[in-house]
Write a protein that binds this ligand. Structure first.
Ligand code: MG
Length: 225
């Protein structure tokens, strides 16, 4: 087992801009199927809330689309993977963390198909030690089990400590703290919305979180010294 410190990153709206990508996708989807602006808002709200194959069954029925839910889901995964990106400075930062001795993982809620498609398309997958997607073991953030499984995918255990970086106050920050991790909240321009305790640290974006972590030694033996 590695003696390096662990850092887990949330994916959506932390490493990648899910919000903007979905808005672009919904505009293309509704134009392609001759649906109006108000329907674009409806489709966007549906996938923003919960994007699973069953979401597309509801969309298929509502708009009487001549495609199966499975076909729509596959097209959605391919389209989103083609549209989503991770900033170059964030990708570089993941490399820098690992070069500095950190164990780096992704801990994300969602369907495995789409989350893993995004991870490969953006280049994040090849820059981390492990990935856990909630659907793979039915363990969603903020459940402790989610963080434990994500740590295990990186060859680490929660009992050795580490950090969680994410944009969701409940799932990432409260959940990460409850799992025994220190926390960095990616605010995306927001103020902390919950009661105290807040995160250990607040940053505007993932790159700033990485810069904060790089100031800390990754090796626990050095941390204790
Ligand atoms: Mg998120």
């Amino acid at each position: 087992m590695c003696s390096c410190l662990l850092v887990l990153f949330d994916l959506d709206n932390t490493l990648v801009d899910r919000r903007g990508t979905l808005a672009d996708w919904a505009a293309e989807f509704t134009a392609c199927h001759d649906l109006g602006d108000e329907e674009r808002e409806h489709v966007l709200s549906r996938v923003a809330e919960r994007a699973y194959p069953s979401t597309f069954d509801a969309i298929r029925i509502r708009y009487r689309l001549p495609l199966s839910a499975a076909e729509l889901w596959r097209a959605y995964c391919a389209d989103i993977a083609a549209m989503v990106s991770c900033p170059a400075e964030t990708l570089d930062g993941l490399d820098e963390l690992r070069a500095a001795g950190w164990r780096v993982g992704v801990a994300t809620n969602g369907a495995s198909d789409i989350q893993r498609a995004k991870l490969w398309a953006t280049g994040v997958a090849e820059r981390v030690d492990g990935v856990f997607v909630s659907e793979e073991a039915d363990a969603r953030k903020p459940q402790r089990q989610h963080f434990a499984l994500a740590a295990a995918r990186c060859g680490a255990v929660l009992g050795d400590g580490g950090w969680m970086v994410g944009d969701n106050p409940v799932n990432d920050i409260d959940g990460g703290r409850s799992a025994g991790l220190r926390t960095i909240w990616v605010s995306n321009g927001r103020s902390w919305p919950l009661e105290d305790p807040g995160p250990d640290h607040t940053v505007p974006d993932a790159r700033a979180a990485i810069d904060h972590l790089l100031l800390h030694p990754a090796n626990r033996a050095r941390t204790r010294a």
